[in-house]
Design a protein around this ligand. Sequence first.
Ligand SMILES: Cc1ncc(COP(=O)(O)O)c(C=O)c1O
Length: 477
Amino acid sequence: MRSTRVYEASSNSSHGRFDIGAMVAERDSERYGLHAQHMNEMMVRVLRTIGFDVGFQAGQGQYLFDRAGNQYLDLLSGWGVFGIGRNHPLLRDTLSQVLASDLPNLVQMDVSILSGLLAERLLGFVPFLDKVFFTNSGTEAVEAAIKFARRATRRPGIIYCDHAFHGLTYGALSANGDEIFREGFGPLLPGFSRIPFNDLAALEKALSARNVAAFIVEPIQGKGVNLPDDFYLRGAQALCRKYGTLFVADEIQTGIGRTGRFLAIEHWGVEPDIVLLAKSLSGGHVPIGAVLTRKAIFEKMFNRMDQAVVHGSTFGKNNLAMAAGLATLEVIESERLVQRAAQTGARLLSAFGAMAERYELVRKVRGKGLMIGIEFGPPRSLKLKAAWSLLETVSTGLFCQLITIPLFKDHKILVQVAGHANPTIKLLPALIITESDCEWIESAFDAVIADSHRVPGAVWSLGKTLAKHALKARSAT
Ligand SMILES: Cc1ncc(COP(=O)(O)O)c(C=O)c1O
C-alpha cells in the first residue's frame, strides 16, 4: 500500500513562520482602518456612529467579549447562525477531527460519506420529505428551489410575499418584498409576482392561471417578525395543491429549533413540497444550505445520467460543512435545544407582553420560541408624541436605535432592528440562553424603555444627535 504522508508534520517547516494568531494580535488595532480602506467603509461609519465599534475579541456560547474584556449578551447571533452558541466544544472538536483526518474532500467524481450521513439525519427530522440537495448558503438554497420548482412543473411563475426576505442573489432578490434591497439592481428575473402576506384571496387569484411553479414563504417573516394567521399556511398549502403549484417553506431563519419546534411549519401542521434550511445548520462555523424535497420533484432535476450535475456548485457538500451540520444536529438533540427555545421563548414573550401593557411606546410583542419582535409605535401623551414624530419624520424606524444603543452601551446587550423602516427590534439569541440571561434581557429592556418615556432625557438627546447624523447623510447624497 502506498504511504499517505506527503507533508511534514509541522505546517511551518517549509513556510518560515506563519502564525495567524500572532498576526491577528499584532494588527487588530487596524481592523476598522483596513475595512474602511479596502472594504465597506459605510459599515465602519455605521458602527462608529452608533458606538458599536468596540472591537469584539472573543465569543463563547451566547456571549461576546470586547477589547476591554466586557461581556455582552448577543441577541443577534450572527443573524441567527449561532443556534447552538459560539464555539461549541463538540462542533470545534468535530471540525478538528475532520481537519486532522486525511479524508478526501471534494473529489467530485465520487460521493462522500459525510454528506450521505447528514442527509439521512436531516430527513429524520423532516419525515415527510425524501431527498436533500446541499448548497453553500441560504440564498443558494433559494436559487436551487426556484430551479427545482420550474423544472418539476415546467411553469415560469414564482409568487412571494410583501416584506419577504429570501437572500440577495438575483433569483432570491427577485422574490424580495422590500424596495430598499431591489432599487437600482433591475431588471430582476421575469415571472415573479408579489402578494400581501396573510392574504389567501390574493394567493388564489395569483395561482388560478395555473402558470405558477412555486409559492415561496417564510413561516414567520424575518423582516418584522410577522406571524401567519392561524389558517394561513394550511390554506396556502391547500391552494397550492389545488392549482398544481409547489409550496416552498423558507425555514432558513426559522428552522433548526429557533421557534420552539424543529421547523416553524410544525406549529401550523403543514407539509410543504420543499423546505429550505441554512444559517444555524452551520453551527456558525462553516456555511451550508439545504433544500429538502420530495423524491418526485428531485428526480425531475436529476433525471438522467447526463443530467447528474445539471445543478450544483464546486464547494457544495464539502466535508467541513457536512461535519458542522452533523455536529450541530447532535447538539440540538443532546442538549434538547428545541424544547429549551420553547420554554425560554415563552418566558421572554410573557415578560415583554407585560412591558407592552406598562409602556405606551411599546405597541406589540410577537414571536414564537426565540424569534421575538418588539414593535414600537406612536405614543398617546403629547410630549412624547412630539418627540416621536420629529424623529420618525427624519427617518422611519430611527426610534429603535434609541433603544438598541443604550442597550449596547449601558447594558451590554447586542440587538438590532427587524428591518429597514420598521420600528421593530428583533431578538434572535442562541437557543442555549439561560434563566439568568432572561433576567439580564428583561431588566435591561425595562430600564431602557422606561428611560425612553422621559422627555427631555438622555434617550431623546441621543435622538437629536441621530437625527442630525441622518439629515447630514441625506444631504450628502
Ligand atoms: C428567511 C431567509 N431566507 C434566506 C436568507 C439568505 O440566507 P444567506 O444570507 O445565507 O444567503 C436569509 C438570510 O437572512 C433569511 O433570513
